[in-house]
Design a protein around this ligand. Structure first.
Ligand SMILES: *[C@@H]1O[C@H](CO)[C@@H](O)[C@H](O)[C@H]1NC(C)=O
Ligand SMILES: *[C@@H]1O[C@H](CO)[C@@H](O)[C@H](O)[C@H]1NC(C)=O
Length: 371
């Protein structure tokens, strides 16, 4: 008895003074070592992946992100997404799950549904909402399965005309359902009296201000590009992105995209009317949401247009030197010393510019690769 008491005292003081919990656990349950590993940080468990992530942070900080569907996630969203909620299995809907232990998952999903209906000003007595599809193609698929029966047809743009893969594409228009499906990246709602879509007003003042800045930036960006002689396909029809038709510059989207990437500007090649191939399309599509999140305003987008123009000029010069049709030859010519030094110079200017703006989702001070 006395012996046991001594042992207990020994453990008590040992635990309090020097050993961390895991070491105590190891002593009590010999051979059980994994909880320690499971609670260790990424840079300890998998330094290679941790290092790749550090490189990605540097890329996001130094580059100009113009892909219209990309953006920077906030710290708060990352905290929620990378949380213990990821451990749960939750088939079904709140209150009707296949597995147990969904008390808090149900609370979170119900709250999300409530907020979604409020954002679209829909009466919860009359409307339901499915908040499970995460994004993009799965969300599109949900819309289809909600509105269409198997073998129903929809009207969508052909891929070379700017359609999206998940919309499908077909030319047989005999039996098209008269349903317009809107796929949007910004909040909107249906005005029931006019039948038109209104952009959502019920939002926080910060979000509203951000959204308006996205549009002002896009307008200014389009204006600057127009003044430089670029032919804008979507000027006026889209609010947050511009589609530049490069045909009048004697170059295509694939080649320009390669040079843009090399100078640290992320964009995507895109088909423009009249294109026959989605692989070598005539345009470049660029959007303002991501850089607006980093604090870019109108004058910054004039600068972005200027960088874009310099990259297009390099692409045109490379093509003049190697006029063939193969993208492979273009890329090889791009690697020659002459063009590499031009590219390196522009890349440095782009990076110096982008680095002045804040990082989103992580602190600059915590970065491994700052120079
Ligand atoms: C882009 O990301 C920021 C920060 O995460 C967010 O506030 C903003 O709403 C996002 N923009 C769009 C268009 O979703
Ligand atoms: C619907 O549109 C009309 C015409 O623009 C407008 O007067 C009305 O306020 C809109 N309804 C709502 C609920 O916003």
């Amino acid at each position: 008895m006395l012996f046991l008491l001594c042992v207990n005292f020994f453990f008590f003081f040992f635990c309090q003074s020097s050993l961390p919990d895991e070491a105590v656990y190891e002593k009590e349950k010999p051979g059980v070592t994994w909880p320690k590993q499971l609670n260790a940080p990424l840079e300890v468990v998998d330094p290679e992946i941790a290092d790749i992530i550090e490189h990605e942070k540097a890329r996001q900080w130094k580059g100009l992100e113009l892909i219209p569907s990309e953006n920077f996630t906030s710290v708060s969203v990352m905290q929620a997404v990378g949380s213990v909620m990821t451990n749960k299995y939750s088939e079904g809907y709140p209150g009707a799950r296949y597995y147990g232990g969904n008390e808090y998952i149900d609370m979170a999903e119900s709250l999300c549904q409530k907020r979604a209906l409020e954002a679209f000003r829909l009466d919860p007595a009359k409307w339901g909402v499915n908040v499970q599809p995460l994004s993009g193609s799965p969300a599109n698929f949900q819309v289809y399965t909600a509105l269409l029966k198997p073998h129903d047809r929809i009207m969508a743009l052909d891929l070379p005309h700017g359609g999206h893969l998940s919309h499908g594409y077909q030319t047989d228009t005999k039996k098209i359902s008269a349903v317009s499906i809107f796929f949007e990246t910004m909040p909107y709602r249906l005005n029931e009296s006019t039948g038109y879509i209104d952009y959502e007003q019920a939002t926080t003042p910060e979000y509203r201000a951000y959204q308006e800045q996205v549009l002002r930036n896009c307008f200014k960006f389009a204006e600057a590009l127009g003044e430089m002689g670029y032919d804008l396909v979507s000027g006026g029809t889209e609010n947050h992105l511009v589609l530049v038709n490069l045909k009048n510059k004697g170059i295509d989207g694939s080649r320009v995209e390669k040079v843009l990437e090399a100078v640290h500007i992320a964009s995507n090649k895109n088909t423009v009317p009249g294109d026959v191939s989605a692989m070598v399309p005539g345009g470049i599509r660029m959007g303002t949401p991501a850089l607006t999140s980093r604090g870019f305003v109108e004058e910054d987008f004039v600068k972005v247009a200027y960088f874009f123009d310099l990259a297009v000029k390099i692409a045109v010069n490379i093509k003049t030197e190697k006029p063939g049709t193969k993208l492979k030859d273009f890329v090889a010519t791009m690697q020659t010393a002459n063009f590499q030094s031009e590219i390196a110079k522009l890349r440095l200017d782009v990076e110096e510019y982008a680095k002045q703006f804040p990082t989103i989702g992580f602190e600059k001070e915590t970065m491994k690769y700052k120079s």
